[in-house]
Design a protein around this ligand. Structure first.
Ligand code: NAP
Length: 308
């Protein structure tokens, strides 16, 4: 008979991390008389971006980090954003700077991200941060990939020597998580849309990490018995898009909101085979903010000359 996988709860682990950050923040305030500060730049009126920024600010409030959101109009120029970043780079009350993506098309994203001082780059997207990550040096690491590693470690899931398959090669998740896993001595395979026979690679995985943005891409027969499955995907499915099985499983969501969120892993098929699995929602999602707060605290410690 199939056993049910143990769920890895993102909210639970994220809350542990936030508690730790909160006590470190209190310690910094005691030692330095100053609060770590995070400034988020939000360009335009994208509703999803507004929600993300609001959630980041709420996270800051929870742990005692001072947060500020700078709103800029949709038609702003690259130069005007650069001026603001330059000011924030030299503001000693600001320890972390984050530019909410996506940016409007007229803005040169790379120039903007590269203008942030690497020591304030709490998103870890600066080429200097990425280079340090590749070199295995201590640095500010993008929040979602470091959240995935943190989840594995806090569940005492060994990484060293394991066969790990990552589906997706994005700059924000797939590539950095692959590098982190190599740095943790895993044997890593990265799949993408040009991969032939992806199922062979996913079946070979003792740990499978999926960040493709394709609902239910990973089916039960693509996963080995006992694998650890981390589902990064967040896909909103409307009532019209859902099949009978999903309509039944998420009936409450569809009745209440007309839609539901599912991952890249077919949870109903994969859960009986996995040893551990992250649900969607309630898996990797909440880890991202927790790790951003941890990064902000780390940036503040570095800038205040405190031991890491
Ligand atoms: P992305 O930039 O869209 O990249 C998707 C990657 O998946 C690409 O490398 C693509 O391959 C690969 N891919 C797509 N379809 C595939 C298929 N059928 N077979 C094999 N590979 C496939 O994605 P992302 O930014 O990593 O985000 C992925 C998902 O994670 C999204 O649902 C996003 O909302 C979610 N996400 C969640 C969090 C969080 O929980 N906090 C954070 C970030 C992202 P190619 O390179 O060949 O195109």
């Amino acid at each position: 008979m199939d056993e049910i996988a143990e769920l890895i709860s993102g909210p639970e682990i994220a809350s542990e991390i936030k508690d730790e950050v909160a006590s470190e923040v209190a310690e910094i305030v005691r030692q330095k008389g100053m609060r770590p500060g995070l400034t988020v730049i939000l360009v335009g009126d994208d509703p999803a971006s507004k929600v993300y920024v609001r959630n980041k600010q709420l996270g800051c409030e929870e742990v005692g980090i001072k947060s500020e959101a700078i709103r800029m109009p949709e038609n702003i120029s690259t130069e005007d954003i650069l001026k603001e970043i330059d000011r924030l780079n030299y503001d000693t009350n600001v320890h972390g700077i984050l530019v909410q993506l996506p940016l409007p098309p007229q803005v040169e994203k790379n120039r903007v991200l590269e203008a942030i001082f690497p020591e304030k780059d709490v998103d870890g997207f600066h080429p200097m941060s990425m280079g340090r990550l590749l070199a295995g040096e201590d640095c500010l690491v993008p929040a979602t990939p470091s959240g995935i590693i943190e989840m594995l470690k806090r569940k005492n899931i060994a990484i060293r020597g394991k066969e790990v398959t990552v589906v997706g090669r994005s700059v924000i998740v797939g590539k950095p998580v692959a590098v982190l896993l190599i740095n943790e001595s895993a044997t890593v395979t990265v799949c993408h849309t040009k991969t032939r026979e992806m199922a062979e690679h996913t079946r070979n995985a003792e740990i499978l990490i999926v960040s493709a943005g394709r609902p239910n891409l990973i089916k039960g027969d693509m996963v080995s018995k006992g694998a650890v499955v981390i589902d990064v995907g967040i896909n909103r499915i409307t009532k019209e898009e859902a099949d009978e099985r999903l309509l039944k499983w998420r009936k409450k969501d569809f009745d209440k909101k007309g839609s539901t969120l599912i991952g890249d892993v077919d949870f109903q098929e994969v859960e009986p085979k996995a040893s551990y699995i992250t649900p969607v929602p309630g898996g990797v999602g909440p880890m991202t903010i927790a790790m951003l707060l941890k990064n902000t605290m780390k940036a503040a410690r570095m800038q205040m000359g405190l031991k890491l």
